[in-house]
Design a protein. Sequence first.
Length: 245
Amino acid sequence: MNTDQLKEKVKEKYGQEAERAATGTASCCDDPISGNLYDHAEQAALPEAALRASLGCGNPTALADLRAGETVLDLGSGGGIDVILSAKRVGPAGKAYGLDMTDAMLALAEENKLKSGVQNVEFLRGEIENIPLPDNSIDVIISNCVINLSADKDRVLAEAFRVLKPRGRFAVSDVVTRGELPTEVRNDVLAWVGCIAGALDEQDYRAKLAAAGFESIEIEPTRVYPESEGKVFAAFVRAAKPGRG
């Protein structure tokens, strides 16, 4: 399966998840690593459809230390849950962008934006390998279990570095591995779409971030996949763009 075919498979999968969320059907992806990511206060401030469309593995908005007035970009924003939460954290003087390639998710995100009442939010159609924003325009990049789905992670990280301002922060939740996974798991499309097979090894992730130009790289495990013997886990991945800002 080539990159374009994989991308179409991911779009199909997440389009189906958007439709489930919009119609009130529970996600088929709910599991011990993706459940209960948001506290009661956060859940109460969000539309129900946004919560149903949450397919992440962490809560990057809580971990990223967002500050009033900052501009935030969520890579692979889905139903918009992390964009809406980010918009509330950065306040009226800040802004939150959401980037997604799935039309059904973008439509759901726009509905959730209206229901939430936030004004400082903009959703963009596009791919995380080609971010439709100018250089040095973003203070913080977040993402929730999406970068592992890309077949060209070097390009994703290079684009993230490009759009971040000097001293901008990369603060994402992602699936990471530690040690070799069985070949049959790596080659299973369903496993890739389910976030596991496309995950980077911890050392590879660090190396790719450094090659893109990032510094102050940290990978902090947050949840371990059940029955993976510690080889597959959700992590909070931090890095910074050097320079004066």
